[in-house]
Design a binder for this molecule. Structure first.
Ligand code: ADE
Ligand code: ZN
Length: 341
């Protein structure tokens, strides 16, 4: 890859639509928060933590990810975590981010729902005021837990809705996919839609194309998170292309979780060239070896993406974002200007 293409990627304004804020917990912060909160970690050093990040599949990652999240306890912890992500995002020229957060990971340990919201939202508002960083929050239900648990989580969060109306705009579905199909959450998603929330779901990461159909038909999602296994179903590919349904693809995540053996085998370019609205995202950057630009750079290198394709990927991020046309317009104009340089 030429230096100029690297530089071009860095200059593209970007939107990140698939980022778990708990997945941006770097080992250094994990250690600092463990010390601050008197939590003991099963690792002796930051190096040992990093060495443990050798995943064989989604579940092997989730086990460490949920264990690591135990250091997050106070509003300040969530604030610091979020601020650290915003700094990294800004360094990669990310202008807008829609952050996933997993309240059940925290409420089960006795952390109040209000603490999680206040910490994340406080940082996002500060970032907006001080740096013009645009963001939204998407509350994710953990699909390995019951639908009743998801309902209880939604009910616990609803009293906070008015206070965080500028940020909390949607719900999503994450955690272990196989064995936990979208249909399991049909009622709670219907309720969320009725309440006016935007809806997304992880589907077709490790799960079959039937889960993508389920997310579309039953949950009536507006974006598919991952969705890379859709390629196994030609009718589904047609449906995604024709409807312009965005896929929030996370290449380095797919590599680290062994969804693909080699980035050169990743189907992102094929999905894009088949006319799907593909976006690039970092998922859990502290665990998967890179933030937004690292994902763009590694993918561009491995799949020999053209400048036009890189612009299209960046543009798709803004068009697929839950923004008004007036909000996205300046970034799309700026993107066009960079593309024309
Ligand atoms: N939670 C955090 N990252 C995830 C992923 N890639 N898939 C499902 N659940 C997740
Ligand atoms: Zn994810």
């Amino acid at each position: 890859m030429t230096h100029s293409l690297h530089d071009f990627i860095r200059r593209l304004p970007k939107a990140e639509l698939h980022l778990h804020i708990e997945g941006s917990l770097e080992p250094e912060m994990m250690f600092a928060l463990a010390q601050r909160n008197g939590v003991s970690l099963p690792y002796a050093s930051v190096g040992e933590v990093r060495a443990a990040y050798n995943f064989t599949d989604l579940q092997s990652f989730l086990d460490l990810y949920y264990a690591g999240a135990a250091v997050l306890q106070t509003e300040q912890d969530f604030h610091d975590l979020t601020m650290a992500y915003v700094r990294r995002a800004l360094a990669d020229n990310v202008r807008h981010a829609e952050l996933f957060f997993d309240p059940q990971t925290h409420t089960v340990r006795g952390v109040p729902m209000a603490t999680v919201f206040a910490g994340i939202a406080g940082a996002l508002r500060q970032a907006r005021a001080e740096q013009g960083f645009s963001s939204r929050m998407i509350l994710c239900f953990l699909r390995h837990l019951s639908e009743d648990d998801a309902f209880a989580t939604l009910e616990a969060a609803l009293p906070l809705r008015a206070e965080y109306a500028d940020l909390w705009i949607g719900v999503g579905l994450d955690s272990g996919e196989v064995g936990n199909p979208p249909e399991k959450f049909a009622r709670v998603f219907a309720r969320a839609r009725e309440l006016g929330f935007r809806v997304v779901a992880h589907a077709g990461e490790e799960g079959p194309p039937a889960y993508v159909h389920g997310a579309l038909d039953v949950l009536q999602v507006e974006r598919i998170d991952h969705g890379v296994r859709s390629e196994e179903d030609p009718a589904l590919m047609q449906r995604l292309a024709q409807s312009g349904m965005p896929l929030t693809v996370c290449p380095l995540s797919n590599l680290k979780l062994c969804v693909v053996k080699d980035l050169r085998e990743h189907n992102l370019a094929r999905l894009l060239r088949a006319g799907l609205c593909v976006t690039i995202n970092s998922d859990d950057p502290a665990y998967f070896g890179g933030y937004m630009n690292a994902n763009f750079l590694a993918t561009a290198d491995a799949l020999e993406l053209s400048r036009e394709e890189l612009v299209e990927l960046a543009r798709n991020g803004f068009t697929a974002a839950f923004l008004t046309e007036e909000e996205r317009r300046p970034w799309l104009d700026e993107l066009q200007a960079v593309a024309a340089e």
